[in-house]
Design a protein around this ligand. Sequence first.
Ligand code: GLU
Length: 554
Amino acid sequence: MNYDCNKLADLLFPNITGTVAQLEEQYPERNLPEGARVTRFAPSPTGYLHIGGLFGALVDVLTAKATKGVSYLRIEDTDKKREIDDGVSAIINGFNSFGIDFDEGVTGFNEEKGAYGPYTQSKRAEIYQTVAKELVQKGLAYPCFCTAEELSAIREEQEKGDALIWGYFGKWAKCRDLSFEEIEENIKSGKPYVLRFRSDGQEDKRIFFDDIIRGKIEMPENIIDEVLLKSDGIPTYHFAHACDDHFMRTTHVIRGEEWISSVPKHIALFKACGFKVPKYAHTPQVMKIDEEDGTKRKLSKRKDPEAAVSYFVEQGFPKESLIEYLLTLLNSNFEDWRRANPKADAFSFPFNLKKMSPSGCLFDLVKLNDVSKNVISVMDADTVYTRVSQWAKEYDADFYNEFTKNPEFSRNMVNIDRESPKPRKDIAKWSEVKEYFAYMFDAYFKPDFDLPENINKEDAKAILLKYIEIYDENDDKDLWFGKIKDMCEPLGFTPNVKEYKKNPEAFKGHVGDVSTVIRLAVTGRKNTPDLCSIMKLLGKDTVSARINGIVESL
Ligand code: GLU
């Protein structure tokens, strides 16, 4: 350049009076213990939280927690095309639902906490422009007046030729060498322009960096004169990344692997700005096995309802289940840790970025269900009662009314076979509770007397008639089962399952068949939690009415 860069800086940014040095003072290095990591989750406010976002945010929060550092939430709203009104709330609600708690950053629509804000990019224009102005002063940035047509013409020519790299650089970068007078003239005549980085990268040079998850990575150096500020003064992702992660004092940039190819650009920008380059960790994508063709693919917003975090809230997966499951995907040693610390809060897991696998994580709903059944099985009855009520209130008003009509009843119901050393593991999500316990509510009970093959109607009738005779709602479990056993022989069944197996021809069936018949009559199901407890809760009137109803129908 043969002009005074300070003059150009004043021409382009007449209203910027602050300096980068002042910003350095305003946002000082954080005073944290040795080894503490500062991480951030930086979504665009699209009004949608992808499961991959929850996965990424969990990595940020756990990394900070495990090192006594800081995690924060930054909203990257510079791409107006992708934005919707108040797209922030859905993201924040998604995090709140799953207990993801950032130390700093955006906490709600127009709300934030922390000393390194504003944490929303659209509120940081002055910061970007201050840094940009200084880049212009140092001769490291220049205005580019090329129109969209001119840029596509460059692109077309590059596509036709044999250039290995496409973009605005070298001989293609027409505005790189404009004189001050030309620039001034363009600006005076109101020509729109972007601010570009003046790259000093060379085509044959390579850069190296250490990705914490992937190890050493080597790539060609950046040679592109990347756009820093768009024509409306809004920064590009690349420039905002450098400014924000520097002044928010991020030590570890943990983000999706789609950004790996941009690292050379980012390193060049950090260096040009005089900022220390942060450590990078590029996380793998969340994948699934396609139900149709069995291939592994990215979870898609369009095809997979489970891509949205809201799906898990609507389905009533407890927050602990999803977090627990994601942790098994994140670190292979999580399950060992869990076995050693069965009751510990998942967020106290000593997460280690280095133990993350660089290849895509397979998200498997079946496994999530299994994890969730375990998680729910060890919850106490009060917790289950409260959680089911909260879920139903929001998503199933009818069930909410039935379930909360008699809290004591429902609490006892969910406590059947719970709070014991071997609790049942049947329920994976709150939306299953209504169907699982349908027979406990007259409103949902559907009689179904589909007998097992080895029992005919006459025998079933005889069993039910006998049972009605001996049924006493005050019997405890042992007495109850003793009576069922006593019923067996006179009816041609055996109370001894082993004996039956040895000599099946000698009996109509065994004690299990006898109780199945009673279970079917009372609940319409062949499988339920403890039948004696169910009958006690249902009460004599209901139990007798259901059994008599079936006897009459036979
Ligand atoms: N706003 C970027 C995105 O949504 C964030 C990338 C990053 O974490 O740096 O992809």
